[in-house]
Write a protein that binds this ligand. Structure first.
Ligand SMILES: Cc1cc2nc3c(=O)[nH]c(=O)nc-3n(C[C@H](O)[C@H](O)[C@H](O)COP(=O)(O)OP(=O)(O)OC[C@H]3O[C@@H](n4cnc5c(N)ncnc54)[C@H](O)[C@@H]3O)c2cc1C
Length: 404
């Protein structure tokens, strides 16, 4: 019997899930999106994709770096992918030692990264103050993409493999009988389904609560800005991350995008987001990013006087351990999650889609997935106060750990 699969949410993650399911012949695939594809968090993502040697990123990101260019060849849909390489900037000896470990691991894998001095880094990035950086790890396996175009490419590929994608259709309730999903009540009527994948980003939590499922994810305000720097940057200039300073950045239309992983991240309380929240941003918060922007100015002094073209404050979902929620919901057969991407949804999208397709097909997923198990936090993971407290801390803590 053909499986009837409904994917809820048409962000970069849901569209990748739909593509992988359809490509693998998992069944009749229908993706429903309440507004337009990419209208949730995806459209304002900074779009960086960076490989790191740690277990969290390794195989899934290598897969993305291979799958995304192949997707353009398959669909003819450009994604804006530019492989720039990334400078990991360090000040303290402990940070340099951590980057040296990355270098050793990369070298053992035959990846042509290298440790360089601050002065060498400044030769690669015309705006970088060599005095402000002690050393850098130059990682070639990094680049940026246009998240809306990547979403469109996944959707196009999904349709080519037979999936149906319906925009303007909201999942109102997941229907379950005797511990098994049976369908979805939508704004356009009832849909039968024996498999449902919830990829509704930060809205996944409220969608599942009526089933008694409390997801260990919460959303925070997450920031970047774009400065009109002089001289203009070229598209190919390496992006950067300064993990000790909790900042990252890259070129954006000649200007400079600078993003922040701030300490004590601002939790967004239930019901605080305006509705509908499509292609919507939150108000800027200069005070919150000021200490991090000051550090960015020390490394890139031109930022001190550069006009700010835009300030992006968008909501993003995090979990207490900085890892997504991907996998089956144990209490409801046929229900799968692919959500809470911890500011890595563009990066994770390809691998996450593959994991879900493998699981739905009853196969052993080709990427390690136990660490993403949705119920891994046990009882604590159902306590909103604990989740919020941990999530507020994990934004900066996770970023330091992932990048050093
Ligand atoms: C400022 C910022 C910078 C970022 N930079 C990066 C980066 O450089 N690299 C990176 O990898 N990641 C980055 N991210 C994270 C990345 O953007 C997200 O992890 C990713 O976009 C999440 O995708 P998603 O598909 O899970 O969620 P979303 O894009 O939010 O998609 C969920 C979709 O579900 C739909 N939906 C919700 N409820 C329903 C319903 N009931 N019925 C039907 N549809 C529904 C929504 O309309 C939405 O389109 C950044 C995030 C932010 C905020």
């Amino acid at each position: 019997m053909t499986r009837r699969i409904v994917v809820i949410g048409g962000g970069v993650v849901g569209c990748s899930v739909a593509w992988h399911l359809a490509k693998q012949g998992a069944g009749e695939v229908l993706l429903i999106e309440r507004d337009r594809l990419g209208s949730g968090t995806t459209w304002h993502s900074a779009g960086n994709i960076t490989w790191r040697p740690g277990a969290q990123h390794d195989a899934m990101v290598l897969y993305a770096l291979h799958a995304i260019p192949a997707l353009t060849v398959e669909t003819g849909q450009e994604t804006g992918w530019v492989k720039t390489g990334r400078l990991f900037l360090a000040h303290a000896p402990s940070a340099i030692a951590a980057l040296q470990r990355y270098q050793d691991l990369a070298e053992a894998r035959g990846i042509t990264s290298r440790m360089i001095t601050g002065a060498e880094a400044a030769q690669l990035h015309p705006l970088l103050n060599a005095e402000a950086v002690a050393a850098a790890w130059l990682n070639p396996l990094s680049g940026r993409i246009n998240p809306a175009d990547l979403t469109a490419a996944y959707a196009k590929a999904a349709r080519r493999h037979g999936a149906t994608i319906v925009e303007g259709c909201t999942a109102m309730a997941i229907r379950e009988r005797s511990g098994h999903v049976v369908g979805v009540q939508t704004s356009e009527g009832a849909l039968d389904a024996d498999t449902i994948v919830v990829a509704a980003g930060l809205w996944s939590r409220s969608l599942l609560r009526p089933l008694g499922i409390n997801l260990a994810q919460w959303h925070c305000e997450h920031f970047y800005l774009i400065a009109e720097v002089t001289p203009r940057l070229s598209r190919e200039v390496p992006s950067f991350v300064a993990p000790e300073d909790l900042i990252y950045g890259r070129e954006e239309v000649g200007g400079m995008l600078v993003g922040f992983f701030d300490e004590n991240a601002k939790i967004i309380e239930d019901g605080a987001l305006p509705e509908p929240f499509s292609f919507t941003l939150l108000p800027p918060d200069w005070d919150k990013i000021a200490p991090y922007f000051e550090r960015a100015c020390e490394i890139f002094p031109v930022l001190e006087t550069a006009p700010i073209r835009s300030f992006v404050n968008g909501p993003e979902s995090f979990t207490p351990d900085d890892l997504p929620l991907i996998g089956p919901v144990e209490s409801v057969a046929g229900l799968y999650l692919c959500t809470a991407m911890n500011s890595g949804g563009v990066t994770y999208s390809a691998g996450a889609g593959q994991i879900v397709a493998d699981l739905v097909m009853g196969m052993e997923p080709r990427f390690a997935f136990a660490r993403f198990a949705p119920d891994r936090f046990g009882e604590r993971g159902r306590d909103p106060d604990w989740i919020k407290r941990e999530v507020s801390r994990v934004v900066s803590r996770g970023y330091r750990q992932t990048n050093l």
